[in-house]
Design a protein around this ligand. Structure first.
Ligand code: XIL
Length: 378
């Protein structure tokens, strides 16, 4: 037997044993029944969220709907509240799916997150034609007031600004920076604070576990805070890989953002098991590469060894989340199941990735079990 194979079987046996131990345990644990879910196992620690596509909001798949209602207690719209969808023309808004999304969250008593108000990507084309500061400021005001006003008191937290930073920590040359300068950041948060004073306001970005980008983010937030801007939390997207970022960097990230007095959230968690095009570690949705089979090795299914490694990686990261649960208010997965994950199409289109806790048939994976048993070890 190859050593790899031996360790895989050993790990599966150990995981199975620990699940067995869990189900036969005495009362007192929230995870000791057949019906234990992520949301109730981590209830005392943080919200467990998921991102919903349009298909989940309209309820096309009964099994996915059941997962959403039972496993999660927070929801974020994956695309339907982005500028190009919700505000496609200067004076036209599309509230059909967003209304249904909010109603779904309310019907299930969930923590509802709005994503996202000010972002350079997936804007409507007409926004990119705006050339001067006053015009952009007026449009931003209309955008934030109309959308947040409609859901005032119903959407609990908003990603007000998304991805304003470059990898070196400097400010990204977005259409907002080009037209309004750095002042757009404060303007966006101030408008949001006025539109719904009770909503939590977040800055959200990827690669915040990378030291240079994180340092830039901290500097940006400190400036906003020094100017009296209301900002309640930072969203660390968490598009992770099997080997990066390191647990040390994730821990530093939690500590450094907590030190700013912010709630820390992991807002778009997924772990890709696929190779990455050389040098790409980000989540810039504008990057795409051509790929062959070497880049898409698991089209026929996820080997047990990789499923177990993914479970271990998830468990390592969640152990850290539990250690800092005083600082972390929410952990949201970027999708419901592997078939839905955007990573099947990013950064290479048409691959088969296995990023989440539920498989393509909405069945729990080894990674799900590895998180469900975690709390028993506390
Ligand atoms: C992604 C969606 O998941 C995809 O369906 C869409 O095609 C592109 O955007 N950072 C973000 C998210 O803030 O909104 C992005 O979502 C992933 C990266």
């Amino acid at each position: 037997m190859r050593p790899n194979c031996f360790f895989t079987i050993l790990t599966i046996v150990l995981l199975a044993y620990s699940c067995e131990q869990q189900s036969s345990s005495s009362a007192g644990f929230k995870d000791d029944t057949e019906t234990a879910t992520l949301a109730n196992v981590f209830e005392d620690n943080f919200y467990i969220g998921t991102a919903l596509g349009a298909q989940h909001i309209t309820g096309e798949n009964a099994k996915a709907t059941e997962l959403i209602q039972t496993q999660f207690n927070a929801i974020t719209p994956e695309n339907i509240m982005k500028w190009m969808h919700i505000h496609p023309g200067r004076d036209s808004f599309n509230f059909d799916l967003p209304d249904q999304f909010v109603a779904l969250g309310e019907a299930n008593d969930m923590h509802i997150v709005g994503h996202t108000l000010v972002w350079h990507s997936q804007t409507a084309p007409w926004v990119n034609d705006i050339a001067d500061s006053a015009a952009m400021a007026a449009v931003m005001e209309q955008h934030i007031n109309t959308i947040m006003g409609r859901y005032k008191g119903r959407v609990h937290g908003w990603d007000v600004v998304n991805e304003a930073l470059n990898e070196d920590g400097s400010l990204r040359e977005s259409i907002f920076l080009k037209t309004m300068g750095e002042a757009y950041l404060k303007r966006a948060f101030d408008l949001a604070a006025a539109a719904d004073p009770d909503a939590e306001l977040y800055y959200n970005d990827y690669n915040l576990c990378e030291p240079a980008k994180r340092a830039g983010c901290i500097e940006m937030i400190k400036k906003l805070q020094a100017d009296g801007t209301k900002i309640d939390g930072v969203g660390i997207q968490g598009h992770f890989y099997m080997n990066t970022p390191s647990l040390e960097e994730i821990e530093k990230t939690i500590r450094e953002f907590s030190a700013l007095g912010l709630k820390v959230m992991f807002t778009e968690v997924d772990i890709s098991v696929l190779p990455t095009p050389w040098g790409l570690r980000g989540a810039d949705v504008n990057q795409n590469f051509e790929g062959g089979n070497i880049m898409d090795p698991y089209q026929e299914g996820l080997p047990d060894s990789v499923a177990v490694s993914l479970g271990k990686r998830y468990a390592d990261i969640f152990r850290l989340f539990l250690k800092y649960d005083e600082n972390i208010s929410r952990v949201t997965f970027w999708g419901v199941d592997d078939g839905h994950s955007w990573k099947n199409n990013f950064p290479i289109r048409g691959r088969t990735d296995y990023t989440l806790l539920f498989d393509r048939n909405q069945e729990p994976k080894v990674a799900f079990d590895s998180l469900m048993v975690l709390k028993r070890a506390e």
